[in-house]
Design a protein around this ligand. Structure first.
Ligand SMILES: Cc1cc2nc3c(=O)[nH]c(=O)nc-3n(C[C@H](O)[C@H](O)[C@H](O)COP(=O)(O)OP(=O)(O)OC[C@H]3O[C@@H](n4cnc5c(N)ncnc54)[C@H](O)[C@@H]3O)c2cc1C
Length: 276
């Protein structure tokens, strides 16, 4: 839609170059799939991040760096590596969008994370893969934080005005883990009601379960070794009380709790088995 309050669109490089000073009514523009999908009455100026020219994906033995401006389509095209069994999660999470091909080709990984919706599949992916977010301030200084700590609630995150998400680092140690993925949506190609990912070290040991979409922000529980069904159920109940589940048209809290426990047990059983 036309955003009729916008007076100016500038390249984001103008901020770094000192030509533009951040002010109230400014917003970073990535793919624009959300920004242009509804009125934005408080916005006056858009600063287009695509001008940054960041390399979308950088793969090395240390892991995978995903630029915030990498599109979902470009991430989906990443072939993975044979020594990174968990890289199949990239495909699964890209497919977890309520989205047409137009959204896929335009929406960015960073835009999805910064939207900070409970059903943001790039949040699920990067949290489960122990991602580290690189956040850049207006002075160019960078800080890092675990993906798990970034989203603070429905459509809320830690970014201060003018800060931007520069990149996401996915460590090779997490990509080398065995992983299991489960997702429920009320409709075909619909928004996620619950999205759960479990990971274990290749030879067994520490077991990590990440719950997203069912809760306003991701919840992660870690066991030193694969738990039994009862221990898992108890830890889930401690980590997510009954009023900790998200409530919207894509699922009532009681249903989300049921699905979360159901899938968590499936993931536990799957990863408790011997490596393939
Ligand atoms: C039909 C449709 C279906 C959708 N389905 C889903 C879905 O299933 N799940 C879901 O989570 N969302 C969904 N969305 C919402 C949205 O389109 C996606 O979250 C998308 O990934 C946003 O990415 P974008 O690059 O288009 O962001 P934009 O629309 O450009 O920006 C979104 C917000 O993030 C900020 N932002 C973007 N990049 C950065 C950055 N690097 N640093 C700081 N701030 C930044 C912008 O200022 C803006 O506030 C859907 C939208 C539509 C229209």
């Amino acid at each position: 839609m036309n955003l009729n309050t916008i007076e100016e669109v500038r390249q984001a490089t103008a901020v770094a170059g000192g030509d533009v000073e951040w002010r109230d009514g400014d917003s970073w523009l990535a793919g624009g799939t959300w920004l242009f999908s509804e009125p934005q009455p408080y916005l006056r100026r858009l600063l287009d991040l695509r001008a940054m020219g960041w390399q979308p994906l950088e793969s090395s033995d240390g892991g995978l760096r995903v630029a915030a401006t990498c599109t979902i389509a470009a991430l989906y095209a990443f072939p993975g590596r044979p020594d990174w069994p968990a890289s199949f999660l990239i495909d699964e999470c890209c497919r977890a969008f309520l989205a047409s091909f137009k959204i896929w080709n335009t929406a960015t990984v960073g835009g999805n994370i910064c939207m900070s919706l409970p059903a943001g599949p790039m949040i699920s992916l990067t949290t489960a893969l122990e991602g580290v977010y690189i956040i850049q301030g207006l002075d160019g200084a960078e800080r890092q934080m675990p993906a798990l700590d970034f989203v603070t609630g429905n459509h809320q995150n830690v970014l201060q005005p003018g800060e931007l998400l520069r990149a996401i680092d996915l460590p090779a140690a997490a990509l080398r883990k065995r992983a299991a993925f489960r997702r429920m949506s009320m409709t075909h190609m619909g928004r996620s009601t619950a999205l759960l990912i479990g990971t274990v070290l290749p030879q067994g040991g520490a077991f990590t379960l990440t719950v997203s979409a069912a809760t306003p922000r991701p919840v992660q529980i870690v066991f030193a070794e694969a738990p039994d069904a009862r221990a898992l159920r108890e830890r889930l109940n401690e980590a997510i009380p009954d009023d900790g589940y998200f409530d919207d048209v894509h699922g009532a809290p009681e249903y989300r709790k049921h699905i979360t426990h159901y899938y968590a047990e499936q993931i536990r059983a799957e990863l408790a088995g011997a490596p393939a």
